[in-house]
Ligand binder design. Structure first.
Ligand code: IDP
Ligand code: MG
Length: 143
């Protein structure tokens, strides 16, 4: 069983796509084990995207993700990390397959509707940035 962090980004929240996106991930067999709405500050945004701090788009990305409330969720399931990445589609919506979340809803490479962790290590770090231990449940405990 893996856990992965999913963020519904401001562009999707503004267009009332949060439920639709969460549904798609439930429908591929993953379970929501944590969920909240939050308006993150720049400090948390910088930590979350720290790996991109040298990139030319870093400041815009931090401003964008902290510009409006987002939904943060932890999904759990077999192969959850790869399954979410596949369901999201390519980073650039123009290159994402039709039927993928970004292919169907993404606006452009920055406003691409959704975030999903890219490895077991990143997932652990990212989940801890957004949730306290007591806020994350597990399907292995009977839920
Ligand atoms: P990912 O979200 O598919 O894992 P990353 O390369 O980790 O893609 O980039 C993180 C986020 O940074 C992307 O989801 C997107 O919002 C933004 N981003 C990535 N590349 C660009 C770019 O070339 N211009 C603007 N924003 C970008
Ligand atoms: Mg990434």
């Amino acid at each position: 069983m893996e856990k992965t962090l999913v963020l519904i980004k401001p562009d999707a929240m503004r267009r009332r796509l949060a439920c639709t996106i969460l549904c798609r991930l439930e429908n591929i067999g993953l379970k929501i084990v944590a969920l909240k709405l939050l308006h993150i500050d720049k400090q948390l945004a910088q930590k979350h995207y720290a790996i991109h701090r040298e990139k030319p788009f870093f400041n815009d990305l931090v401003d964008y993700i902290s510009s409006a409330p987002i939904a943060a969720a932890v999904f759990e399931g077999e192969n959850a990390i790869e399954s979410v990445r596949e369901a999201m589609g390519a980073t650039d919506p123009k290159k994402a397959q039709a039927g993928s979340i970004r292919g169907d809803f993404g606006v452009d490479i920055e406003h691409n509707s959704v975030h999903g962790s890219d490895s077991i290590e990143t997932a652990k770090v990212e989940i801890r940035l957004f949730f306290n231990k007591g806020e994350v449940f597990s399907s292995q405990s009977g839920y």
